[in-house]
Design a protein around this ligand. Sequence first.
Ligand code: CO
Length: 495
Amino acid sequence: MEKGDLKLIKKYQKELTLIEGVAALLDWDQQTYMPKSGILFRAEQSAFLSEIAHDKIVSEELFNSLKRLKRKKIFGDDKLMLDRFYKRVERARKIPRSLVSEIARATSLGHDAWQRARDKNNFEVFRPYLERIVELKRKEAKLISLPGSLYNSLLDDFEEGMTAEKLKPIFEKLKIELIEIIRKIENSKEYGKRKNIFLGNKFSKEFQERMVRDVAKRMGLDEEKSRIDFSEHPFTTKIGINDVRITFNIRESPLFSFESAVHESGHALYELGLPEKHAYDVLGGTPSLGIHESQSRFWENMIGKSKDFWSFYFKKFKEEANLNNFEEFFREVNSVSKGMIRIESDEVHYCLHVILRFELELALMEGKIKVRDLPKLWNERMKEYFGKTPKTDVEGVLQDVHWSGGYFGYFPTYALGTIYASQIFASLKKKYPKIEEDIRKGNFRKIKLWLNENVHSFGSKMLAEEVIKKACGEGLNVEIYINYLNDKYSKIYGF
Ligand code: CO
């Protein structure tokens, strides 16, 4: 019997993995090559696939089989796999099909309203839709009902094991320290000396694409196992074993395509480094979005914005345009300024953007504030943390897509990933004290292999906290990130 049940739950996981890959391929196609008019049929295809997946995960046959296995003695990876899959199934079963489709409808309308509100630069257009989404997500959270804050039930889906209670003091400390670092930077002599060094320089599309491909390859992204294409917003997706896709986009700053390619390649290397042995079961995925993001932000910031890295790449950028001052260029890469937009933010302001969103969405989910108060609260907090208020809703409360999709609990993973990244960087340097010599030569082989072994290879056999403990000798430690920023920016800005 036992053998039969184990076989059955593996079959279910394999089928779910296959559906996921097909859905990812449809989504990738939609964002890259699909003709515009294909959208309605594509939306139906995607909805159909998620219905099949939902029916599978809540099937009685599967649940009975899982319950029988729970009573048996099972060891090793099978036990880990069983526990994780059981948790996922149990969670899905707590939400009735009617609520799943209500949320799907509300977020699809919400996304549309969010775009219209952005076009009109008016939060009021989006407000009633967001109110509905918040109401449904609170209903969902109540059904899942994890201990502590209502927010925990949503956060757990993105960062398993993390809670609002654990996050609050960490973010509070980080917030105070970031405001202090920004104050020191703004009082420094170097601040304000910034020149627009790209003015009058043209970096052709061909050059930018060549650099995107060059850096992805140097980082170790295998061309036989990946594709790089063009899309509106850069993203990474996994289609299946040995098949990941990243995309890039060209914006005003010539660094945008390059830096986002470094970021997405970090995600892609992680996907390719996950244990192939578990490609068809839940252990083959990531334990949390924070861990996934740690991989992209590690490459983007700790490596891709370092002096050693640019002492290699500056040569290539210099050839393309009229640039000769390395120090000026390096300062531009790491320039700090009070931007209102999260995705365009520098390293120092970035987590402040995230903390502001966390505080607001936590209060929303706990019923302490109302949707209609969001624009006012957003602007008040921007004033408090940044000393500046966004001029419009598009620059403020309407800038991110997440809430329109019902993704409450997602934002903290950006900050967690950033903190994890700094811890990983510190451990890597401990292991290879002379790693900068490699980086200066554009050789990232050791780094990739170290990440493969110490982060990627575990898949989700452990939770995020344990992966970090194993790789870095301790769990989440925000001090390491604060030290990293102080150390780096005091050198650049001379404070
Ligand atoms: Co990312």
